[in-house]
Design a protein around this ligand. Structure first.
Ligand SMILES: Nc1ncnc2c1ncn2[C@@H]1O[C@H](COP(=O)(O)OP(=O)(O)OP(=O)(O)O)[C@@H](O)[C@H]1O
Ligand SMILES: [Mg+2]
Length: 269
């Protein structure tokens, strides 16, 4: 069984070179986590504070919130890249993090080689990756570029490669950051179907996004992260409505309805 449980998990970043005298006390900025001082009088960014999360198989959670709210930090905590400064975080299951497009990629080797490297990074074997190569290559539509070193790729082209690899595996826990938004509209339409498919196969999804379209497509619940804390948890449309207002909530509800009918009648996709 896959599961994610955090108990009062906090992540602080100590900043040793902050100009601490020019910090204004008790000011909450509209972007970023709370800036404070720890017991040693060092300036710290409190990126996450008292996060209590209990996720089980089938949970597809969207993370919404302002820039610097702590969404990416939460994904890194769940992936094990960060340890909680206080509190605990227990994750059971194979984690596939898709937030750092640079991780598991080598700019100097070809797209083909990077497909294998990234697969290894996500826990696959070379043999498994070779077997999937044609399918992934076709999906990315990168053609001859796949024989070129990765440094010659644009951001969106890199995302295509990363998406091709990640949608070809069977992740137990999938952590997605919104970098996937860098691909063009035509490719996104194609990737959406593959992503939705993969999300159905994965046990738990946690997805940080500023796009209500994506949230509606991939998630069934959402968390509003605000200055490092969970401000609200609930259904996607409710949380988006609380965060962005009634118009956005209504928009998400309409999308959800549309996807429901599409699911019921596959010919309409
Ligand atoms: N490596 C780091 N060192 C210091 N502070 C950091 C670090 N990474 C993140 N932070 C701080 O932690 C807070 C949360 O950042 P995070 O990247 O998690 O936000 P986010 O919700 O993903 O924002 P966005 O919507 O802009 O992607 C911010 O205040 C940020 O300044
Ligand atoms: Mg982020």
């Amino acid at each position: 069984m896959v599961s994610i449980d955090t108990y009062n998990a906090c992540v602080d970043f100590p900043i040793f070179d902050a100009k601490s005298r020019s910090l204004k006390k008790a000011m909450l900025s509209s972007a970023g986590g709370v800036i404070g001082k720890n017991a040693n009088n060092t300036v710290v960014v409190e990126a996450l504070k008292d996060i209590n999360l209990h996720l089980r198989e089938g949970d597809r959670v969207g993370l919404v919130g302002h820039n610097g709210a702590g969404k990416s930090t939460l994904l890194r905590l769940l992936s094990g890249i960060y340890e909680p400064t206080r509190g605990t975080s227990h994750v059971r299951g194979r984690v596939a993090p898709v937030f750092d497009l640079g991780v598991g990629m080598d700019p100097e080797v070809s797209g083909y080689d990077n497909i294998i490297i990234r697969g290894l990074f996500l826990g696959q074997t070379i043999k498994q990756m070779k077997a999937k190569m044609d399918d992934i290559a076709e999906f990315t539509e990168l053609g001859d570029y796949l024989a070129m070193p990765l440094r010659t790729y644009s951001t969106g082209m890199r995302v295509r490669l990363a998406l091709g690899v990640v949608t070809s595996i069977e992740p137990e826990i999938l952590l997605l950051d919104e970098g996937i938004g860098a691909v063009d509209a035509a490719f996104m339409n194609k990737a959406r179907i593959r992503l939705q498919d993969m999300v159905k196969r994965s046990g738990i999804l946690v997805f940080a996004s500023h796009s209500n379209d994506f949230l509606a497509q991939l998630c069934n619940t959402a968390l509003w992260v605000d200055h490092g804390q969970i401000r609200q948890a609930g259904l996607v449309d409710e949380v988006v409505e609380a965060y962005e207002g009634p118009g956005a909530g209504e928009y998400v509800r309409e999308l959800l309805k549309r996807f429901e009918t599409q699911d019921a009648d596959p010919r309409s996709t």
